[in-house]
Ligand binder design. Structure first.
Ligand code: G3I
Length: 369
């Protein structure tokens, strides 16, 4: 009989996987496994790093902190390494939050990503009063150099530039009209990557973007704009090594279509790896019934990850939060009916949700990379 290391017959797994795929989730069988191995172990069995973002606030919750340390092989601070947190006043850097998290990661065999060096959000309150077209380039380069040198040799990878595209802004290159674009020009992107590489030549440097997944005409334009940029950067020997695909998605979306598939293949053909950097799954119009919502969400996790993990270039899967207890969506995108959102592998009581099973099954079935 073909039995895997969890003592499950292949048939039981397939039934579990098929049911999860259909969003039904054979909870009896797979639930018994929920405590069998942590998600980081199922992922590691296939050469994949699994983890979640983290906040200092959540780590003050002892039961959550234990869950985080058991499940995650990699993490990324939601705020500790952003400019507004690092630099509350123009003349002072406060690395205490990032250093504390790095210490916790190091003592728990967890890798840490850096997020994010250049973004139009999370800028310090003093930014608008001090930064201008004369000094913007130097201010950006100095910030990158200081932060990347501080963590040189310590981080898994850096999101150097985050969310630089917005087709609706009307530029032919699709770039978002941000303070960086206005004050420096489109070359701010390559300047940022060169500065990060100079500060830590061993660091993996990532361009991180949202809303690349849906199969619609507007998103296709954005994918083409991102591909054009990355192709140009690679041709100019700009040190960019990977694309971060945030994957903040809806359960109802088609996010495994031919356009996205083609895009991912083109990214891989550039010699870039890619990462799922911020995944969570919310519902747009689902009914209030928690069972139905959980099955919709689990089904999307399973379908999307099975699709993405077919690419050997994908080696890192990070959810944006690990438990609904600390999801950003509770405040940033609550349900109109006020029901608690359920976008993550653990619910607000820190119990594994059906999406935990979906992640596990996707890792179990993924090819080795
Ligand atoms: O720490 C302060 C606290 O002292 C203060 O009392 C409180 C009220 O003003 O604000 C706290 O800072 C908040 C911070 O999160 C920490 O909780 C900021 O106001 C708030 O803007 C910040 O929101 C974060 C947001 O990025 C902006 O930095 C979210 O938690 C975080 O989930 C979100 O994450 C982004 C990624 O970086 C990029 N991709 C999209 C993703 C979701 O928007």
């Amino acid at each position: 009989m073909n039995v895997n290391r969890d003592g499950l017959t292949r048939r039981a797994l397939l039934v579990g996987a098929a049911a999860t795929a259909a969003g039904l989730g054979v909870l009896g069988t797979t639930r018994a496994l929920a405590s069998a191995k942590p998600l980081r172990a199922y992922a590691a069995d296939k050469g994949i790093l699994f983890g979640s973002s983290i906040s200092g606030h959540a780590l003050k919750d002892p039961s959550f902190a234990e869950l985080f340390k058991s499940q995650c092989a990699i993490t990324v601070p939601e705020s500790s390494l952003k400019w507004d947190t690092l630099c509350p006043t123009p003349d002072r850097y406060d690395f205490s939050g990032g250093d504390w998290l790095y210490g916790l990661c190091k003592s728990n065999d967890i890798l840490m990503r850096g997020h994010t060096l250049v973004w139009e959000q999370a800028l310090p309150t003093w930014f608008g009063y001090i930064v201008n077209s004369e000094n913007a380039n130097k201010m950006m380069v100095d910030h990158i150099s200081k932060v990347v040198r501080h963590y040189a040799g310590k981080v898994h990878s850096w999101d150097v530039v985050n969310e630089a595209f917005q087709i609706e802004d009307g530029r032919p290159d699709g770039l978002k009209i941000t303070p960086w674009l206005r004050l420096i020009g489109p070359e701010y992107i390559e300047t940022a990557f060169h500065a990060a590489h100079e500060a830590d030549p061993g660091a993996t440097l990532v361009y991180n973007e949202n809303w690349l997944e849906p199969d619609d005409a507007g998103t296709e334009k954005k994918r083409n704009a991102v591909l054009t940029l990355l192709t140009r950067l690679k041709k100019s020997n700009v040190p960019v090594h990977a694309l971060g695909i945030q994957s903040h998605v809806y359960a109802e979306m088609n996010i495994t279509g031919p356009g996205f598939n083609r895009f991912l293949q083109q990214i891989a053909d550039l010699g870039l790896s890619f990462m799922i950097t911020e995944m969570d799954v919310r519902e747009r119009n689902a009914p209030a019934d928690i069972g139905i919502r959980d099955r919709m969400i689990a089904s999307q996790y399973y379908k999307y990850l099975s699709f993405m993990l077919q690419f050997p270039a994908l080696k890192t899967v990070i959810t944006w939060g690990l438990s609904d207890r600390y999801t950003w969506l509770a405040t940033h995108n609550p349900r109109p009916d006020g029901m608690p959102v359920r976008p993550l592998p653990y619910d607000a009581e820190l119990k594994p949700a059906p999406s935990w099973d979906a992640l596990r099954n996707a890792f179990l079935e993924a090819p080795w990379r």
